[in-house]
Ligand binder design. Structure first.
Ligand code: 13P
Length: 252
C-alpha cells in the first residue's frame, strides 16, 4: 500500500510566533479530526524547524520537513544548512527541486541529484519536485519534459534507495495562480510518471507516493486525490491556514 501524504510547503512565510501558532492548530486539529492514515508533513522555514518540532513532538502521523538542504555534509558553505543538521533536530523530509529553487536559484537537474544523494545518505526522505512550465504544456511536450527531470536527478539511484523517495508533480502554471490542473490532467501525468518509474525500477514504482501540487485547496482536493495514481498533495498557500490544511487532509 502506498502512503497517503499531505505536505504543507510554507515557503518563506510565518515568523516564529506565527509558525508556532499554525503548527499548534494543525497538530490539535489533526489529533481531533483525522482518523484516516494520512501522513501530514509541515515543511517550515529553517528558522522555525526546532520550535515546530517541539510542538509536533511524537504526534502520530505528523512529521517535520525542510524546504531545502545543501548537498555537502559540512564545511565552508556560508549560509547553508546540511542534512545532518536537519536530521539532528528531527526533520524527516526535505523538499528538493521545487520549481522556485530551480528558477530563482538556478538549481539544475545534476545539482539536484547531489542533494537527493545527500538527503538519502543522511536519512532524510526527499520530496522530489518536478513539473513543466506553461509553454511546455502548450507545446504538448510535458510528459517528455517531466519524465526527463526524473531520469536526470533520480535514475542513478538503486532500487533500494529509490523506495525512499516521494515525488511531487507540480505544474508550474498551477503554482500560486489559482489555476489548478484538472483531476484528469493530474491523474494522466501521475500515471505516466509511474510508468516511467516502472521502466527503470519495475514493481518498486507501485510503492512510490506521487503527490500533486499547484493551487490545491479544500474545494478541489477530493477530486484531485481521487485519481488512482495521486497519493496526496504538496500544498502551498492553503497550508498556511490550519482549517484549510486539515480539510485537505480530510479530503481523502
Ligand atoms: P500553491 O498551493 O500555493 O499553488 O503552491 C504549490 C506549491 O508550490 C507547493 O510546493
Amino acid at each position: 500500500m502506498r502512503e497517503k501524504i499531505v505536505a504543507g510547503n510554507w515557503k518563506m512565510n510565518k515568523t516564529l510566533d506565527e509558525g508556532k501558532t499554525l503548527a499548534s492548530e494543525i497538530v490539535n486539529m489533526y489529533a481531533d479530526e483525522v482518523s484516516d492514515d494520512v501522513k501530514a508533513i509541515l515543511c517550515t522555514p529553517f528558522i522555525n524547524l526546532p520550535s515546530v518540532k517541539g510542538i509536533i513532538g511524537n504526534t502520530k502521523n505528523v512529521f517535520l520537513g525542510a524546504q531545502n538542504c545543501n548537498d555537502h555534509e559540512s564545511g565552508a558553505y556560508t549560509g547553508e544548512t546540511s542534512v545532518p543538521m536537519l536530521k539532528a533536530i528531527g526533520v524527516s523530509y526535505v523538499i528538493i527541486g521545487h520549481s522556485e529553487r530551480r528558477e530563482y536559484y538556478n538549481e539544475s537537474d545534476e545539482f539536484l541529484a547531489k542533494k537527493v544523494d545527500a538527503a538519502l545518505a543522511g536519512g532524510v526522505t526527499p520530496i522530489f519536485c518536478c513539473g513543466e512550465p506553461l509553454e511546455i504544456r502548450e507545446a504538448g511536450t510535458h510528459f517528455d519534459y517531466v519524465t526527463k527531470q526524473l531520469t536526470a536527478s533520480l535514475f542513478h539511484l538503486s532500487a533500494d534507495q529509490f523506495k525512499k523517495i516521494v515525488i511531487a508533480y507540480e505544474p508550474i502554471w498551477a503554482i500560486g495562480t489559482g489555476k489548478t490542473a484538472t483531476s484528469d490532467q493530474a491523474q494522466e501525468m501521475h500515471e505516466k510518471l509511474r510508468q516511467h518509474l516502472a521502466s527503470k525500477y519495475g514493481d518498486v514504482a507501485e510503492e512510490i507516493s506521487i503527490l500533486y501540487g499547484g493551487s490545491c485547496k479544500p474545494d478541489n482536493a477530493q477530486e484531485i486525490f481521487a485519481g488512482k495514481d495521486v497519493d496526496g498533495g504538496l500544498i502551498g498557500g492553503a497550508s498556511l491556514k490550519s482549517r484549510d490544511f486539515i480539510e485537505i487532509i480530510k479530503s481523502f
